[in-house]
Structure formats: C-alpha cells, structure tokens
Design a protein around this ligand. Structure first.
Ligand code: BEZ
Ligand code: FE
Length: 291
C-alpha cells in the first residue's frame, strides 16, 4: 500500500472504497469521495473551521425528528430538494410541473364536497379556486384527487396553530367533466423556520428567508403521474427570491380581486374576495416514468 501524502490521499481512499458489491452504492460512494475531497481541497479549512462545521452538522441532526426536519430544510435552501424533485419528475411541456412538498403536508385530510370551504373560520381574504383536471391531450379526468394544504391569512399552517381539528387542508375530487371548485382564504408569504441551525446560517447571509404566498396541491388520478406542486400568487414580492427555489413560471397565477357578489361556487359575498382559475394537466404514468 502507498503511504499517505496530501497529494495521493484521494486516490488511496477511492481505491479502498472500490470493494463494494452493490454497484449503485459503489457509484455513489466513489462520487461522494471525489466531490468531498475536491471541496475540502478547494476551501482548505483550518482545524477550527472543520470542527465548527462538524458541530453545525451535529446540531442540525439533533434538532431533527418526525416533527421538525432541519436536515430537509438545509437541503431545501441549498436547492437540492428542488434538483432531486426536477430529476424525478421530467414531464412533457404542457404538463403541470412539480415543486417541493415541504414539511407541512399532513396525510388523511378531510374529504370536502365540490365547492366546499376548507378554511372554515380561518382568518384571511376569501378565495375561490376553480379549474379542471385534464390529461395532456385535453381530455377531462374525472375523480382525480386534489389534496390541498396552505397557510391561513396570517401565514400559519396547522402544525403552527396547534389545532385539534384539521386546519387549512382538505381533499377535493374532480367532477365528471374534470372540473373542481373550492373555497379557501388567500395564503400569505411566510418565513421558513429561523430558530434552528439553518436560520443561524441564513442570518449570516443577506439571502431572503421568505417563501412567496402559495397553495400546496397534490393531484393524483389512477394511471397518471402524481403531481405535487404549488400555485403561487402573481405579484408576490418574494416570487423572484423564493428561499427554497420552488417557483416555476407555469405555477404563477393571478388572484383576481372582486369587490363582492356571486362567487364561482354560487355563494354571494358582501366582502371582497379573490378568484383563481387553474387547470391541472396530468401526464400518463408510463410516459412520465420512461422520460
Ligand atoms: C413549504 O412550502 O411549506 C415549505 C417548503 C420548504 C421549506 C419550508 C416550507
Ligand atoms: Fe408552504
């Protein structure tokens, strides 16, 4: 075996880590060693700096559990979550693009009838969302499941409100003609959690820690590629600087302001409200997988 020098160390480690029966694990470890060594060679950390990094990684892991995921948040602000999402959802032009799920989705949301209100008594400007679920060839998709979650009009998700009952989430189904309709309140822009190690890091930068106002959707139908995505409010001041890089052009929608009157679900309101129209375009499963 060659004795170690600064120069030969990377090659010696790569050689040692070749002895891995699983070819995928071998590929991943070889690449990790190459890039990790190149990173360390480039930044040339002092011992003190390296220990600071180890301490930060340790605390990031220690903060994470099934309620709080600081490691995922780090992946989000590094743009890695969106990169992994993009590589696993290469859809045809015209299909509704995906974006990160984020940490606030809660499974088993209550089913709400078409046109129903998922905001109940939550604060915020009433907002009516309508549209169709269609396939790429334009055909309506009946019975698609639309699982929604979002902040209320004060920027808080259910887990941040700590409510007993479901808060600002619900499952809707598309109708025979592919249409869906629902009532909610307008979400507002919010900050990612800043009280952890990721916040500590962000505070040392001038990077915005805000997410622009959005509604999360997971839209699925048998035989179609599931689309987990958001609709973003056009004109939001953070639309260009989303801290988790989630904004894609086809997902920016107009929240059209009405002064009152008849809403798309037939309700009549004496107060201002928004109307949002969006068609979700799904791609056949086999096609999306083969892409
Ligand atoms: C969210 O949209 O809910 C979210 C996504 C990534 C990090 C924090 C929040
Ligand atoms: Fe969100």
């Amino acid at each position: 075996m060659a004795y170690i020098t600064e120069k030969n160390l990377t090659d010696v480690v790569l050689k040692r880590w070749q002895d891995i029966p699983d070819p995928r694990l071998k590929e991943v470890m070889q690449s990790l060693i190459k890039h990790l060594h190149a990173f360390v060679r480039e930044i040339e950390p002092s011992g003190e700096e390296w220990f600071k990094a180890i301490d930060w990684i340790t605390r990031t892991g220690q903060m994470s559990d099934n309620k709080r995921q600081e490691v995922i948040l780090f992946s989000d602000v590094m743009g890695v979550s969106m990169l992994v999402d993009a590589m696993n959802n290469r859809l045809d032009t015209g299909a509704t693009p995906t974006t990160v799920e984020g940490p606030f989705h809660v499974a088993n949301a209550p089913e709400i009838a078409n046109g129903g209100n998922m905001a109940k008594e939550a604060p915020g400007i009433p907002t009516f969302v309508t549209g169709k679920v269609r396939s790429l060839d334009g055909a309506p998709i009946a019975g698609a499941m639309l699982d929604l979650w979002q902040t209320d009009g004060e920027g808080l998700y259910e887990s941040q409100r700590g409510t007993e009952e479901p808060w600002m989430r619900g499952v809707f189904r598309s109708q025979a003609d592919g249409s869906y309709s629902l009532r909610t309140v307008a979400p507002i822009a919010y900050t990612i959690p800043m009280d952890g190690t990721v916040g500590e890091l962000m505070e040392q930068t001038k990077i915005s820690h805000m997410r622009p106002a959005h509604i999360h959707f997971a839209v699925s139908a048998p035989g179609y590629h599931k689309v987990t995505t958001h609709l973003f409010q056009k004109g939001d001041e953070y639309i260009e600087t989303d801290v988790v890089y989630g904004v894609k052009a086809p997902l920016i929608v107009e929240f059209e302001k009405k002064s009152g009157g008849k809403a798309p679900n037939g309700e009549v309101l004496n107060e201002p409200f928004y109307v949002v129209h969006y068609d979700f375009i799904l791609q056949k499963q086999a096609k999306a997988q083969a892409a």
